[in-house]
Design a protein around this ligand. Structure first.
Ligand code: FES
Length: 568
């Protein structure tokens, strides 16, 4: 699009090139009229609605109703709503993992926003990778954008307890593996874990990214935690449409909202809510599209001075719908006020400080603690460095067993996910609860595209003996709904020859959360010998998106974005 086209509005933006702009507009309006639009509507500013619904995405099944509500908001504010489909990423329906396709979706979102004539856009997403992809795409396209979240699922009442995806999915599966839940029991539970539309019910990646979208200022205040099936979610959709229509006439661009300060605010919120480790990768990628760097050293500084305030699973006891009833993300922002940059602008057109002032002060203290009475004095996430992870690794200490934080152990190494699944439950596997389980070749360039495989299962014979946690180390990610003493995102990853690739069975590994270190205690000469013998685990793909991905994906500390998509 030329700068001249950018100054045009509505259907006149970005005309298809036939060598005669007036003809192009006439043709576009004529074809638009075939959809029954009046000349009046076609003359208005256009608000695009990026729809990420798919039959392969259970979390987004309520989007038709949500999008109708967005449209009424846009129309009420005097603009023309036009929905368009984009890639959808349903977390559990993608092979090898949704992570591989986050950047693809971001490209789709960016290019469709830019290529089609819209003055503003409402991004409708929710499932784990969809919100990061939409925010990345919108930050790169840099036209006014409002993020509308799917909202969380409701927990289900089941045999006297509440169940919600997906911390409870893992809890029951671990019990099943340990022989405490039989086949019939696990079948029944399968039908009761995810029973409504919306995203996973706990503070997993989707809920974390929703909270981050609100903290960044890209979603309207108060909208992150509204349950998917609550009428307030529809009102939030209508309000998002209305606000996008206003932004179409009086632009406020993502580049004015996603700034170094607002990213820092989002990191504070991520830490205070005990959010998902995945969110570090995604927020780094979103920030990178706006030219903002997120360093893991800075994460540690913020983590040391940001207490955990929110008591949600997987680290606590409540569900996302409880957070909404307790005051929502606004209640968290209100507590964090002394630590936040209050002058950051939000898509609502007011600063974060004004958002906090307008937030109702009522809060349920069992779910959102006071700053002076936190659940934990320090943030939920910590970055580790050392000879095993020179460029960093992540541990979710709020979901880990503190008894394992200062420990040296013997490495039990699995060379790949296939090796892991072949041997982890082998009764002859020599392993004790004091060992460190190490998984290699599950990082961004491993051929598995950094799956959520870092939650290595406790070997069956130990699980049956009652072992609930062990130190586990990998270059993979972990579901935001999982828990345990799990070191993730080790960088450089094994598949590019990082130190993780050089670990062998029986090596000693030292973990010190206090010192922020993870070290492979092997003499340098021996490491050099192993390095000389190292070979890449997979042949590089030769065609299609897999090749694009493999040629350009960056390591975890750069958000696993493609090198050519980050803002210089
Ligand atoms: Fe969609 Fe968990 S599967 S948010």
């Amino acid at each position: 699009m030329t700068s001249g086209d950018r100054k045009k509005t509505g259907l006149a933006r970005g005309l298809t090139n036939y060598g005669d702009p007036a003809f192009s507009l006439y043709l576009r309006r004529s074809f638009a009229k075939s959809m029954g639009y009046s000349s009046d509507l076609l003359g208005r500013p256009v608000v695009g609605i990026a729809d990420s619904r798919s039959g392969f995405n259970n979390c987004h099944r309520h989007f038709p109703e949500l999008i109708e509500a967005v449209k009424r908001g846009v129309l009420a504010a005097g603009a023309l709503p036009v929905e368009f489909p984009t890639t959808s990423l349903g977390e559990v329906f993608l092979y090898p993992t949704s992570m591989m396709f986050r950047n693809l979706m971001s490209i789709d979102v960016e290019e469709m926003i830019r290529a089609q004539p819209m003055d503003a856009v409402v991004l409708v997403g929710g499932c784990d990778k969809t919100v990061p992809a939409q925010l990345m795409g919108a930050a790169s396209a840099d036209i006014p954008a409002v993020q509308l979240l799917a909202g969380p699922m409701m927990p289900t009442s089941f045999q006297g307890e509440r169940l919600g995806a997906c911390t409870d999915c893992r809890r029951f599966w671990a019990m099943h593996r340990a022989g405490k839940v039989d086949e019939k029991g696990i079948d029944e539970i399968e039908g009761n874990l995810a029973t409504t539309a919306g995203t996973c019910a706990v503070m997993g990646t989707a809920s974390t990214m929703a909270s981050i979208a609100e903290a960044l200022g890209m979603a309207l205040p108060g909208t992150a935690a509204i349950p998917a099936v609550h009428a307030d979610r529809l009102r939030a959709a209508e309000a998002s449409g209305k606000r996008a229509a206003e932004l179409a006439k009086s632009p406020l661009r993502p580049s004015q909202v996603i700034t170094e300060k607002s990213v820092q605010n989002a990191l504070r919120v991520l830490l205070a809510i005990g959010g998902s480790t995945n969110a570090i990768v995604h927020l780094t990628a979103i920030a990178g599209r706006a030219g903002v760097d997120v360093s893991l050293q800075r994460l540690n500084e913020l983590s040391d001075s940001t207490p955990v305030l929110v008591d949600l699973k997987p680290t606590g006891q409540y569900y996302m719908s409880d957070l909404y009833a307790a005051g929502g993300v606004g209640a968290v922002l209100r507590e964090l006020k002394p630590l936040l940059h209050l002058d950051c602008m939000t898509v609502a057109g007011i600063t974060l400080g004004e958002v906090i002032e307008r937030h109702t002060p009522w809060v349920d203290r069992s779910v959102v603690r006071e700053l002076k009475n936190p659940l934990a004095a320090q943030g939920g996430l910590v970055a580790l460095f050392g000879s095993l992870a020179p460029n960093g690794a992540i541990l979710k200490r709020s979901a880990a067993d503190a008894k394992l934080f200062e420990k040296e152990g013997r490495a039990i190494v699995f060379s790949s996910l296939d090796d892991l699944s072949a041997r982890i439950d082998d009764p002859t596997l020599e392993v004790t609860a004091d060992d460190f389980l190490v998984l290699q070749n599950a990082g961004p360039k491993s051929g598995y595209a950094m799956p959520e495989a870092g939650y290595l299962p406790i070997p069956a014979k130990l699980a049956r003996a009652g072992v609930k946690d062990m130190v586990r180390i990998s270059d993979a990610r972990m579901s935001g709904t999982a828990y345990g003493t799990i070191v993730l995102h080790v960088s450089p990853e094994a598949a590019v020859g990082g130190a993780l690739a050089l670990a062998r069975n029986g090596d000693r590994i030292r973990l010190s959360v206090k010192e922020r270190r993870i070290d492979l205690a092997v003499p340098e000469g021996e490491l050099q010998r192993r390095k000389a013998a190292w070979k890449p685990p997979v042949a590089p793909p030769t065609r299609g998106y897999a090749k694009l991905y493999m040629d350009h994906v960056l390591q975890a500390e750069h958000g696993c974005d493609f090198d050519f998509l980050r803002k210089a």
